[in-house]
Design a protein around this ligand. Structure first.
Ligand code: PMV
Length: 320
């Protein structure tokens, strides 16, 4: 078959930030995300003479190559195959991005692996094997809103669709303030975060936060969704600050952007932020306010790039 698999990036509104088992990438909490239309990865895998990984047409070595083939070897072992593979991935991330993401990368990789070997899997099983590449990839198998239930072993830890085609008026403005590589990988950040005295209390709140978010989505209540997402992101970053040693992904511009969101809100333009393992900020907004928010960000920041995204689809295969 050797079809090209396409998966879209997702952004967590209730975040995954801690592993119970790093080998199987089992999380300490359940998470909930929005899949985005603007950012995706296309990947094709074919049996070949040697193992090669091309990203955006460029042959990769070192860390990138290692991560991909460590993952593919796990899948090969699982499915009892052992060929050399040629992997071709293209990241479709508009120049205004800051969203290079392992979620779309490993969801597309899992899909392409199955296509290469003609392995038919349910979405649930695809989600489990995507998770072995990167936790957040488990959610990119689905469009719209997805929930990754933490589970307790490989078979019980997978994502499912909450609503693959939501009608909710929800936009995510990806604001690229800084394109430097991450200071700390999410794996290392998650490990260090667990030394915070607030880590366990945060985990204890997970079920309550998740069900409040599900209720907000079901009621299409933008204010509740935004408040919950912002609080959850602040909790994650507060845990990082209070770890031992403490750390932060924030840059001065991150704080500046947070203040701008607070000012916009005070002036009646409702919007909320969420932030992942990097300095860039994502703004949640309704369509009526998108233009004004973009205008304000462009006037406050010099080299800012902004992409207006909304709901994207789940894993698909491209026609040859
Ligand atoms: O899937 P990973 O290992 O890249 O971790 C993702 C971590 C966050 O993006 C910060 C949160 C999340 O749930 O996506």
């Amino acid at each position: 078959m050797n079809k090209t698999a396409r998966a879209h990036t997702n952004i967590a509104l209730i975040k995954y930030w801690g592993k119970a088992d790093s080998k199987n990438k089992l999380p300490l909490m359940s998470s909930l995300s929005m899949t985005l239309d603007q950012f995706f990865t296309d990947t094709r895998i074919t049996v070949s003479e040697k193992n090669e990984f091309f990203l955006n047409g460029v042959l990769q070595a070192g860390k990138n190559y290692q991560r991909v083939f460590t993952y593919l070897k796990i899948l090969q072992k699982k499915f009892g195959v052992s060929d050399n593979l040629r992997v071709e991935s293209t990241n479709h991330v508009p120049t205004a991005a800051g969203l290079a993401s392992s979620s779309s990368a490993f969801a597309a990789m899992a899909g392409a692996f199955c296509a290469c070997y003609n392995i038919q899997l349910s979405k649930r099983d695809l989600s489990k094997i995507a998770r072995l590449g990167s936790g957040s990839a488990s959610r990119s198998i689905y469009g719209g809103f997805a929930i990754w239930q933490k589970g307790f072993d490989h078979d019980s830890s997978y994502a499912y669709a909450l609503d693959e085609t939501p009608v909710m008026d929800l936009h995510l403005l990806a604001i690229e303030l800084n394109s430097n590589p991450k200071k700390l990988s999410s794996t290392d950040g998650m490990l260090q975060a667990q030394t915070s005295p607030f880590f366990i209390p945060w985990i204890k709140r997970n079920e309550q936060e998740l069900s409040a978010m599900v209720a907000a989505i079901k009621a299409q209540d933008f204010s509740a969704l935004g408040q919950l997402a912002e609080l959850n992101a602040n909790e994650m970053h507060a845990i990082n600050l209070t770890a031992n040693p403490g750390f932060s992904y924030f840059e001065p511009d991150t704080i500046h952007a947070i203040h701008l969101v607070q000012q916009l809100r005070a002036s009646g333009i409702e919007c909320y932020y969420t932030i992942d393992a990097g300095p860039n900020v994502k703004i949640l907004a309704q369509l009526k306010n998108v233009k004004e928010i973009i205008k304000q960000f462009l006037s406050e920041f010099e080299n800012v790039k902004i992409v207006n995204a909304s709901f994207g689809p789940g894993l698909s295969y491209l026609d040859q």
